[in-house]
Design a protein. Structure first.
Length: 91
């Protein structure tokens, strides 16, 4: 089975992507589209700003749970050199 990038760059949906579609990553991970994931690794990117430029909604997606009470994105690892919305501890 061929895999599809979670940002869907270079797929049938976005065949002419000149680079990765970083703004789709968190929303697609939250939706489980094109597939559910168990770990999201964010490296040197403030994805809360790059994903729809709506940091508060992105933080809600990262902490959202499904109907069984399980996190939609069970594990999140952030590695960055700068403090941002992504490195802030949940409240």
């Amino acid at each position: 089975m061929a895999s599809v990038r979670i940002d869907k760059a270079f797929s049938w949906e976005y065949p002419l992507a000149a680079h990765g579609l970083m703004h789709n990553v968190i929303t697609n991970a939250w939706r489980g589209d094109p597939y559910p994931i168990d770990t999201l690794l964010i490296f040197m990117a403030n994805m809360s700003w790059n994903s729809t430029m709506n940091a508060s909604e992105v933080r809600k997606m990262l902490a959202d749970k499904d109907e069984n009470g399980e996190y939609k994105i069970p594990f999140i690892a952030v590695c960055d050199a700068f403090h941002s919305e992504m490195t802030r501890s949940p409240t």
